[in-house]
Design a binder for this molecule. Sequence first.
Ligand code: FES
Length: 401
Amino acid sequence: MPRNAATRHQRADGRRREIFQQQTGSPPLASATRYPSLARGYAIPGVAILPLRLFLGLTFVYAGIQKLTDSGFFRAGSPTYIGAQLLAFSRGSPIAFLLDQMMGQAVAIGALTILTEVAIGLLVLLGLLTRPAVLIGLILNLMFFLSASWHTYPYFFGSDIVFVMCWLTLALTGPGPFALDALAQVPIRQGLRRRLGRARADAIASFITGPLGSPTTVREEPGQEGIDPALSDRRRLNRAEALLGVIAAVVFVVLGLPRKGGATPAGKTIAATTPKSAGGTGGASGSTGGGSQSGIPAGFKKIGNITQLPANTGGTVSDPKTGDPAIIVHTSGSNYFAYDAVCTHAGCTVEYDPQSKMIVCPCHGGEFDPAHGAQVVAGPPPSPLTAIEMKIDSQGNIYIV
Ligand code: FES
């Protein structure tokens, strides 16, 4: 290239680098100067990951402390007892075999969970040993996804799968700036090299504290493109990790899809209609809890007939007053119960489980006893389900207000 043309090219190249750095806050990779608009999406400033790191760290510390300060967490018989939660989580879970084993050591598992959550949260906040902490957090949330959130449909209503993807993102990007890993990586690498030899030590150290130099902070000076083997190793690693991340995301979505219908409420859906003779022409009725005979006052809506609800089944209907889903449970004999079907914990729709004879919440294993005012018998819901007034006439028609 003639000298003048080379100088012009260098100037233009330098200008493109300057613009790219102004736009992204990051020094450009070699390809970034040639394709700045494409590369802008690739070179994400490390600071962008800080909100996610902060959120995950604080949430895990809070989750551990919340369990620690829950007086029922280690007390058998309490709705929030860890053993009761494990029992509820194991129902229909693909890892039920594992949870069943854990139930024998419920208190130890509970203590370990608290310790792990607090440790993960603190390490992530400090950015120290971030990758091992992130990996353990990912495994923990994966287990919650396969148990506590397994029956949540659609899958994206459950929070655990979102946490799994957040951990995955943090594993791919590393902790970003303000992380103690940046200080720890050289001593850890040197310590491991003395014991394990260079190649194995470098591989383990790269996993623990990330590759030497953060992907978002290493600078590539003009004229050095393509000659730093550490940089090209890191790029290769990042691409392999990103590919793994994409595969994992697809697998989780596919994993969530087949459960369509698995989490729909057990029992029947009963259609609501307005009774022609509300006000009660000689009709017999059962109030919530079943039994008493009286006319059907105005304002009640017919939602079905008792023939649709054999003993030990539940059915759902839309509550005419609130529009919420309501659940009607026939436990036995003439005992019918009606409750608002919105879980008092986080608003998932509950369902009746004929096996346990309980109203259960598919999201976090909450259980309510339909025969005793929907009192909480397991899981995190803070209060019983709201009772709905119900009447049954002499023809067995069910009305709720
Ligand atoms: Fe959490 Fe029901 S929403 S137990």
